[in-house]
Design a protein around this ligand. Structure first.
Ligand code: GAP
Length: 468
């Protein structure tokens, strides 16, 4: 069947959000209550895609790496952890309020709109100076007025009373973790003492993180409750920068191996480093709203282990088993958001083309990311013998893959439904499968390929191997 890609599809956020809602990938959080800003839920296909993204990351970071192990640490930790990490004192974004409509915005984002650089590492005085110099050009995104108050720093850590039963718990709050890596630092010694790892080694973790984002925006790109996939590599100080370079390249290659076009990815070096960091690069992806941070790769020095050693009073030093040298390992970090990867994957693989004279929307997901790997159709739903055979085939393939059974509407419509959710293969059980017309074709099915629309005949017994 002929496919014509209409000149490269302009992927817009409107197209992606509409498809995500229509086909059950992403729903607005608490929708029946009018929504809850910065919160989203993954629907039936969304959770499959999210799980596949996490599995692909885990495979690349843990399964394929000899010296990286996994972890699942608690979301709520001892509150001192966040003092030691510097989050209680300094994890803030510059907030500015519109005097006309009281909308709160991030001052650095307003400045970014007019191509002026500012970021969260600037002091409040510095950012106010920059802000004041450009006030006449800065517009409230809600009401369009140019009447802002003074910029102040707003702490992003979300507090909780978990484990605190006093009336005024907010005086001694616990915190929902602002980044997953702190749980890794807390367990670095446990992992060293309980497994056979030696420096350099890494610990990888996937889990929820929470930030009181002032202005969550761009759909699932910036959420208040989100998921991170982070790996911290503990390395000898002298090897920090060479190991950092290796991970920078590996993480870029990871996206290319997943099927991303290299021209949609780029590195961006941080101009304004936090004081302890030696180097920091973002891997940026070309989202529909432009190139933005997808992942961060950071050389963090020994700041984190030093802080936790000081605040806990427990030595976190490593003793080299060959030289007996004692030192605090340095950390090379790779950190990516699941939700941002999800949005990047939707953007990268969204396409519209013309297949056999019909325009369609198709998600060209690689097999390992596709929410549904194979859909099984009986040619006609009112022929019990076809339906029974299709059920048999479904039972067989669903042992190996996430599969879907569909007997609703004509086969063409069923193909379109599967194209839209990115299913690589559709299998149809017809009268040939039953051996009614040509005995040679008995127990074979038609496999239709999502990307080309091409069809071929395959024996049911070979299906599982064929589909891999
Ligand atoms: N441990 C380092 C760290 O947390 P970060 O640059 O603040 O660094 C790392 O976050 C990654 O987490 C980002 O590159 C992004 O993919 C994701 N991320 C951060 N804030 C997010 C938010 N509010 N919503 C969704 N993803 C977010």
């Amino acid at each position: 069947m002929s496919t014509e890609s209409t000149t490269p599809t302009a992927v817009t956020m409107d197209k992606i959000t509409a498809l995500c809602k229509r086909r059950g990938f992403v729903f607005a959080g608490s929708e029946i209550y009018g929504g809850f800003v910065g919160s989203f839920d993954y629907g039936p296909y969304g959770v499959e895609l999210a799980n596949n993204i996490k599995a692909a990351w885990w495979q690349a970071m843990v399964q394929h790496e000899r010296n990286i192990v996994g972890l699942d640490s608690a979301i709520v930790t001892h509150p001192k952890v966040w003092e030691a990490s510097g989050h209680v004192g300094g994890f803030s974004d510059p907030l500015v309020e519109c005097r006309e409509c009281n909308t709160r915005s991030r001052a650095d984002h307003l400045l970014e709109e007019i191509d002026v650089f500012a970021d969260e590492k600037m002091s409040v005085e510095e950012i106010n100076q920059v802000f004041d110099a450009h006030r006449d050009k800065l517009v409230c995104p809600k009401c369009g007025q140019k009447n802002f108050g003074t910029v102040r720093q707003f702490n992003l850590l979300a507090q909780t009373n978990l484990g605190n039963f006093s009336e005024d718990w907010s005086k001694e709050p616990a915190y929902l973790r602002g980044e997953t890596c702190q749980g890794i630092y807390l367990n670095y010694k446990n992992v060293l003492d309980s497994s056979r790892v030696k420096v350099p080694f890494g610990i990888a973790q996937i889990g929820k993180a929470f930030r009181n984002e002032i202005a969550p925006r761009q759909y699932i790109f910036r959420k208040r409750e989100f998921e991170q996939m982070e790996m911290q590599m503990f390395v000898p100080p002298a090897e920090e920068m060479s190991i950092y370079e290796i991970w920078k390249q590996k993480r870029m290659q990871y996206y290319v191996d997943l099927g991303f076009k290299p021209e949609n990815l780029r590195f961006h070096e941080h101009e304004n480093l936090v004081f302890y960091a030696k180097a920091a690069f973002d891997i940026e992806y070309k989202f529909p709203f432009g190139f933005k941070e997808l992942e961060g790769v950071h050389a963090r020095g020994n700041y984190d282990l030093t802080q936790h050693q000081t605040f806990s009073g427990v030595s976190l030093e490593y003793t080299d088993p060959y030289t007996n040298e004692k030192y605090l390992p340095h950390v090379v970090e790779t950190s990516v958001g699941l939700d941002r990867t999800f949005l990047a994957v939707m953007t990268e693989f969204y396409d519209e083309d013309n297949l056999g004279g019909e325009t369609r929307t198709v998600l060209r997901f690689p097999f390992k990311l596709a929410p549904i790997k194979v859909a099984v159709f009986p040619l006609l739903k009112n022929r019990p013998e076809l339906v029974a055979k299709a059920e048999e085939v479904f039972a067989l393939v669903s042992k190996h893959f996430r599969a879907e059974f569909d007997d609703n509407g004509n086969v063409g419509k069923r193909y379109r439904r599967q194209d839209e959710i990115g299913t690589p293969y559709c299998v149809t059980i017809d009268f040939d499968t039953l051996g009614e017309e040509n005995p040679v074709l008995k127990d074979t099915v038609t496999i239709r390929h999502r990307d080309t629309g091409e069809q071929e005949r395959v024996a049911i017994a070979d299906l599982a191997n064929y589909l891999k």
